[in-house]
Design a binder for this molecule. Structure first.
Ligand code: LR7
Ligand code: MN
Length: 576
C-alpha cells in the first residue's frame, strides 16, 4: 500500500531532523586541522539502516578550510580572464585540421595557459556568503576517452588552484582505453609533479563513461565524490557551495551552474541561472526556463539552491556513501548517455534532492558533435541506455519514449531486474509522484487521454510533425503506424502535443504551427469531441480540417461544419 510507505518516509525525515540538530550543536566545537587516520574511520560505521537517510558526518571527518587565493592573470597570455583566443588568419587551415580530432579548437586551447585566469562570474551576494567552517573532503573524479592534453590538464589545474586545499582530498583520473600517446607514460609522469595527490586508473577495455566513473568511485578516499568532465574549468569559489549543501543533508546531489567554454574560441561565457534541467519524450536532456513556482519557493533569491528535475550529468557532487546507497550507476549502460536522467529520477523518486547551486560555476567545453567512436553505433548505444532507464523508472510514461522513438524497441535492453529490485528495496516513489511533485511542468504530461496517431476520417492520412522543429507548420502524411513523427498526445490540459511542442494557432485562418508547449492554454487549447470527432480550437472557435487541394499536406482551420474532413480519429494508440 503506497500510503503507508509515504508516511514511513516522512516519519524517518522527522527523526533525522532531530538528529541533525544535535550534530549541528556538536559541530560548534573546534577541531584541529590535522589530517590523520581518516581513511580508517569508515563512514559506514555511523550509518543506521533507515532507508536512504544517512546520519550527518561525524565531526572528526570534517575539515576546517580556507578559500583558495585568486588566480592572477598572466600578462597578455592568450585567453587570460576567460577571453576568446583568435587564431591568426595564416593558421586557419591548421586550426580547422586540429578541430576534427576533438571537435573543439585544439589550437586555441593549446595556446592558453594551463592555469589561466578567469573572471569571477558569481553574483555579488555569492562572494561573501558564509559557508560552514567545517566541511567534508572531496575527491574529484575525471574520466576521459582520448581527451586532448591541454583541456585535461587545465581541468586538473583549475581544480587544484580554485579548491580550498583542505577540502580537496585528491584527484582521480580514469582513462577509458584512450589511444593517445600523451595519455600514456607522459600523463603518469606529469601527475607525479602535481601538488595534490592524483591517481590514474585505466579501464582494461573501452567501458564507456558510466563504468569508468564506477571504477574511479571505487578508489575515492574523500567523503564526497565530485565528478567532472575532462574539459572543464572550475572558477573561484566553485566547490564550497556544493559541499555546503551536502554537509547539510547528505542525500543531496548538487550541480554547479555549467558555463560555456566556447568550442571555437575557448572564451568563458556565463550561462543563465534561470534554466534548469528537463527532458523531452526522446529522453534527451534539455535546459528549460525555471518556472515562477521555483523562483518563489526560493523567495526570489537567485543565489539560493535551485531544485532541478534533472541534471546534465557531467558535473556534480554527491556524498560517497549516498552514491552507493542510492544505487551508484546502472552498470548495464554503455559508452555515453542516459545515466544522467537515470540518476536524476532515482534521486528524486527515492527520497533525495537534486539541486543546482547558483554560486558554483564551472565551465565546460560544449561540442556540436562527438569526436569519438561509439562501439555498436551511436543510436544503438543511446537507445539501449535510455530504454533501460525507461523500463526501470518511467512506469507507463515509457510509452512516450517508445512511441516517439520506436527504434528503441529493436535494441535489446538486457537484464534490468537488479535495477528494478533496487527501486523496490529503496521503496522509491512512482514516476507519477515525480511528475506531480517534482516536475509538473514536464513535457511528459501527467494526465492525458490519448497517445498515438491522429487520423483524418476522410483522407485517412495522419497528422505528422514531419520532424520539424519548434515554429514549423504542422503537416500530414500517409499513416505509417510506426509512431515517431505521427505520435501525438491529447492531454487533460487540452493540448495536442508532440514531444515538447504543441499545436498552436494564432489566427482563425491558420497556420497551425508546432510551438514549444507553454501549458497556459491560450492558442494551444483544443477541444476534442469524442462524439463529433472534431478538434476545435478554443480561441478561434474554428475546427481542424483536412488540407486544401492547393497544399495537400497542410491541415488547416475552417469554420466547423461537421464535414468528414473535420473528423479525426484517436483510436489506434500504439502502447507497445
Ligand atoms: O566512452 C566514453 N568514455 C569516457 O570516458 C565516452 C566518454 N567518456 C568521457 C569523456 O571523455 C568526457 O570526459 O565522458 C565524459 C563525457 O563525455 P563528453 O564530454 O563527450 O559528452 P557530453 O559533454 O555531451 O556529456 C554529457 O552527457 C553525458 C551523458 O552520458 C554525461 O552525463 C556527461 O558527463 C555530460 N556532460 C555534462 O553534463 C557537461 C555539460 C553538458 C551538458 C548539457
Ligand atoms: Mn563534456
Amino acid at each position: 500500500n503506497k500510503k503507508t510507505v509515504t508516511s514511513e518516509i516522512s516519519i524517518g525525515k522527522e527523526a533525522y531532523k532531530g538528529k541533525k540538530a544535535a550534530i549541528a550543536a556538536a559541530l560548534q566545537q573546534d577541531v584541529g586541522d590535522d589530517d590523520t587516520n581518516l581513511e580508517e574511520n569508515v563512514l559506514g560505521q555511523e550509518v543506521e539502516d533507515d532507508g536512504v537517510l544517512l546520519s550527518p558526518y561525524p565531526r572528526s571527518r570534517l575539515k576546517r578550510w580556507q578559500r583558495a587565493p585568486s588566480v592572477i592573470p598572466q600578462g597578455e597570455s592568450p585567453g587570460e580572464m576567460g577571453k576568446a583566443v583568435n587564431i591568426p588568419i595564416e593558421q586557419e587551415k591548421l586550426m580547422l585540421d586540429k578541430f576534427q580530432e576533438n571537435q573543439f579548437n585544439l589550437l586555441a586551447s593549446d595556446m592558453i595557459s594551463l592555469n589561466r585566469s578567469l573572471t569571477d562570474v558569481r553574483f555579488e551576494k555569492c562572494k561573501d556568503k558564509q559557508y560552514p567552517e567545517l566541511m567534508p573532503t572531496t575527491s574529484v573524479v575525471i574520466v576521459f576517452h582520448n581527451e586532448a592534453w591541454s583541456t585535461l590538464i587545465r581541468t586538473i589545474w583549475s581544480t587544484i588552484n580554485r579548491s580550498p586545499k583542505a577540502l580537496l582530498k585528491e584527484i582521480i583520473l580514469v582513462d577509458d582505453a584512450s589511444e593517445k600517446e600523451h595519455l600514456g607514460k607522459k600523463l603518469e609522469d606529469y601527475i607525479k609533479t602535481l601538488p595534490v595527490s592524483t591517481r590514474l586508473f585505466r579501464t582494461e577495455k573501452r567501458s564507456g563513461l558510466i563504468r569508468a566513473r564506477l571504477l574511479g568511485a571505487k578508489h575515492v578516499l574523500g567523503d564526497v565524490i565530485t565528478f567532472l568532465d575532462a574539459h572543464c574549468e572550475c572558477t573561484e569559489g566553485w566547490l564550497e557551495p556544493l559541499l555546503a549543501r551536502i554537509v547539510e543533508d547528505r542525500a543531496t546531489v548538487v550541480c554547479p551552474i555549467i558555463d560555456v567554454i566556447s568550442d571555437t574560441t575557448f572564451e568563458y561565457i556565463q550561462a543563465s541561472d534561470m534554466t534548469w534541467g528537463g527532458f523531452n519524450w526522446k529522453l534527451n536532456f534539455r535546459w528549460y526556463r525555471v518556472p515562477e513556482r521555483e523562483m518563489s519557493r526560493r523567495g526570489g533569491d537567485r543565489t539560493a539552491p535551485l531544485r532541478t528535475p534533472t541534471m546534465a550529468g557531467g558535473l556534480f557532487a554527491i556524498d560517497k556513501e549516498y552514491f552507493y546507497k542510492i544505487g551508484s550507476y546502472d552498470e548495464g549502460m554503455d559508452i555515453w548517455g542516459g545515466e544522467n536522467l537515470e540518476m536524476s529520477f532515482r534521486v528524486w523518486m527515492c527520497g533525495g534532492t537534486l539541486e543546482i547551486a547558483p554560486c558554483s560555476h564551472v565551465g565546460h567545453v560544449f561540442r556540436k558533435t562527438t569526436p569519438y567512436s561509439f562501439p555498436g553505433g551511436t543510436g544503438r548505444v543511446v537507445n539501449h541506455n535510455n530504454a533501460r532507464l525507461a523500463e526501470v523508472w518511467l512506469d507507463e510514461w515509457k510509452h512516450f519514449y517508445y512511441n516517439i522513438n520506436p527504434g528503441a524497441l529493436n535494441v535489446p535492453v538486457g537484464d534490468v531486474s537488479e535495477r528494478k529490485a533496487l527501486r523496490e528495496r529503496l521503496k522509491c516513489k512512482s514516476f507519477r509522484w515525480y511528475l506531480e511533485n517534482i516536475y509538473p511542468e514536464s513535457q511528459m504530461p501527467l494526465e492525458y487521454y490519448y497517445l498515438g496517431e491522429i487520423r483524418n476520417a476522410e483522407t485517412s492520412n495522419c497528422l505528422d510533425t514531419l520532424g520539424g522543429k519548434a515554429g514549423q507548420p504542422l503537416g500530414m502524411g500517409y499513416c505509417h503506424g510506426m509512431g515517431g513523427n505521427q505520435v501525438f498526445a491529447y492531454t487533460k490540459r487540452k493540448q495536442v502535443m508532440s514531444d515538447d511542442n504543441c499545436l498552436d494557432a494564432a489566427h482563425p485562418r491558420g497556420p497551425i504551427k508546432l510551438i514549444r508547449c507553454h501549458g497556459m492554454r491560450g492558442n494551444q487549447e483544443w477541444i476534442y469531441d469524442t462524439k463529433t470527432r472534431t478538434i476545435k480550437h478554443t480561441n478561434t472557435g474554428m475546427c481542424l480540417d483536412k488540407p486544401d487541394a492547393s497544399d495537400v499536406w497542410k491541415p488547416v482551420l475552417r469554420a466547423c461544419d461537421k464535414s468528414r474532413g473535420q473528423q479525426w480519429l484517436m483510436q489506434v494508440d500504439f502502447k507497445w
